[in-house]
Design a protein around this ligand. Structure first.
Ligand code: BTN
Length: 252
């Protein structure tokens, strides 16, 4: 699958995810749009994603399902795309000597610092996913970050090296390709789900979380993720709870 990615580099664009949407009629499955400068990058929870132009990787990958594209994925299994994307990044960072883990649902963390953020936008058609836009912002060479960012880190900060960002994208895509290959089958999706738990940030640790419905903190341990991608937490009182994205947050 790796050789089928085709990458378009742009000097400047508002958001690579938005650019994919605008160019949908002309883009095939596994098209990649990467930007040197992203002027209005979008993050999760309606946040913006701002990075130093040219220093980092900001790119989006278009997946098309069905027909000539990837094997169909049922809507209730869409979290497998997040898991595959996250695991591909963990493996890629490991190949650069960087130990990373997945902070549910798909942030990539090195200890308590965020090295990469992901915005996945799926389009459903009936009970299946017709397309997915995987937007990834990886901190590569940036060494200074705005103070309002809580806990950012980059590859350069962690290793003291500087990287050729285009070369790093070329190195990452085949790894992503292998993980996308895995989610083509039921058995592969099972393996991806198992591997996701192995690489999960704070898995099994007693931690403080915030219940976003009332803003109250509680203590508990992550015990897993449901097939739909809801986070399973066993509270200190022994209750088994499940949370969708935005229903719970971590206290770092
Ligand atoms: C997050 O909030 O952690 C997600 C950040 C996702 C940023 C990437 S950069 C490339 C792609 N284009 C966007 O506008 N957002 C994603």
């Amino acid at each position: 699958m790796a050789q089928r990615f085709s990458t378009i580099w742009m000097d400047s664009v508002d958001s690579t995810n938005s650019e994919i949407v605008r160019r949908l009629p002309e883009l095939d499955n596994l098209s990649v749009i990467a930007a040197v400068d992203q002027t209005a990058g979008r993050g999760q929870r309606g946040n913006s994603w701002k990075v130093e132009p040219g220093a980092n990787l900001t790119f989006s990958v278009l997946l098309r399902f069905g027909g000539d594209g990837l094997a169909p994925v049922h809507a209730r299994e869409q979290f497998c795309i997040s898991m595959a994307t996250a695991l591909a990044q963990v493996e890629y960072f490991a190949s650069r000597g960087i130990a990373a883990s997945v902070k549910w649902p798909n942030d990539i963390y090195c200890r308590n610092r965020k090295i990469s953020g992901v915005l996945i936008e799926n389009t459903l058609s009936g009970s299946g996913i017709s397309r997915s836009i995987i937007g990834i912002g990886m901190n590569v060479n940036q060494t200074e970050f705005p103070p309002q960012l809580l806990n950012p880190v980059s590859m350069a900060v962690l290793t003291g090296k500087r990287y050729d960002v285009r070369g790093e994208l070329d190195a990452f895509l085949p790894i992503l390709g292998r993980h996308l290959e895995m989610i083509q089958t039921e058995e592969g999706r099972k393996k991806v789900a198992e591997k996701y738990l192995e690489h999960m940030y704070a898995f099994g640790e007693s931690r403080t979380f915030i219940d976003c419905s009332d803003g109250k903190p509680f203590t508990g341990k992550i015990t897993g993720v449901t097939p739909e991608g809801r986070l399973r937490i066993e509270t200190a009182e022994g209750a088994l709870r499940e949370f969708a994205f935005k229903e719970v947050s971590f206290v770092l």
